[in-house]
Ligand binder design. Structure first.
Ligand SMILES: O=C[C@H](O)[C@@H](O)CC(=O)C(=O)O
Ligand SMILES: [Zn+2]
Length: 276
């Protein structure tokens, strides 16, 4: 497991491309037959993936977590971006199709991931944060997520937001999770952008066509930086940073947060005219 420590706002304003990518881009995820994790010191959120290509995979703990099993003091949100699959949580088998979300609560001792068809394996994106209470394991399909459409074609940000784990959805201790799908012809996500100093955020871009890229924007609103992102790569966004992007085509992404509250609408908007 890779550990990423935090960087200060001043440090980030002085980073070159390579240092920025080393600190905030997660590019080696979604490897076949592997569970991989990055432990971020922003709100102690763990960002990972599980691709059970040829055989099922079991969630294991790490020495550095000093726990007897992964979810002893943690909760986890799982979203499938690949073929149909299953999650087994302490014996409870749950089928999960593309864009479905499963929350598994603290205290669950054994979690296993499998694919229905090894020629089209499931690809599970994982987000985990510390937890102090057990909320029940729950599945939401993308239809359960009461999708809302925002933005417009005129401003190239027409998109549908699916909220899964949040105040009015699946209950959790601090995890908030969902995904956004851009309409054909729309390329901007989270524009106008925002910050929420009370919560860190992580993005996983997916369904980005192989020859296309997303220009992800981060940094303080008056000190923005960019990173070029390809399909199935993730980005860590510090609590003081904007997290927004513009694609060379439309695309989708999973957003996830942890911190002070689970209120999706708790955002401090940044006027487009204030970005530098
Ligand atoms: O705090 C919320 C997150 O940044 C995302 O939900 C924003 C987003 O998906 C979008 O506007 O497209
Ligand atoms: Zn946000």
């Amino acid at each position: 497991m890779e550990i990423r420590f935090e960087s200060s706002r001043k440090e980030v304003s002085q980073m070159n491309t390579e240092t920025l990518r080393e600190n905030f881009l997660i590019d080696t995820i979604f490897e076949n037959d592997k569970i991989s994790w990055v432990y971020s010191h922003y709100d102690r959120v763990m960002i990972g993936s599980a691709v059970p290509a040829t055989a099922p995979l079991t969630l294991e703990t790490f020495d550095s977590l000093k726990s007897n099993y992964f979810l002893e003091r943690r909760e986890i949100g799982i979203i499938n971006i690949g073929g149909d699959g299953k999650v087994i949580a302490d014996g409870e088998e749950i089928a999960i199709n593309k864009m479905g979300c499963i929350y598994v609560g603290k205290g669950t001792q054994k979690v296993t991931f499998s694919s229905d068809d090894s020629s089209n394996p499931a690809a599970f994106y994982l987000l985990s944060s510390p937890a102090h209470h057990t909320y029940p394991t729950r599945l939401f399909t993308k239809e359960d997520a009461t999708p809302i459409t925002i933005g417009s074609m005129e401003t190239s940000n027409h998109r549908t937001i699916y909220k899964y784990i949040h105040l009015d959805g699946i209950q959790s201790c601090q995890l908030v999770m969902g995904l956004t799908v851009l309409k054909t012809g729309s390329v901007w996500n989270t524009m106008p952008s925002h910050v929420h100093d009370r919560r860190m955020e992580a993005y996983l871009y997916f369904d980005v066509p192989a020859s296309q890229r997303v220009l992800h924007l981060m940094g303080e609103p008056s000190e923005t930086r960019h990173l070029w992102i390809s399909d199935r790569q993730a980005i860590i966004s510090p609590p003081w940073s904007i997290h927004s992007g513009c694609g060379t085509s439309n695309y989708s992404f999973i957003w996830g947060m942890a911190g002070e509250n689970k209120d999706y609408t708790d955002m401090d908007a940044v006027a487009i005219s204030d970005l530098k």
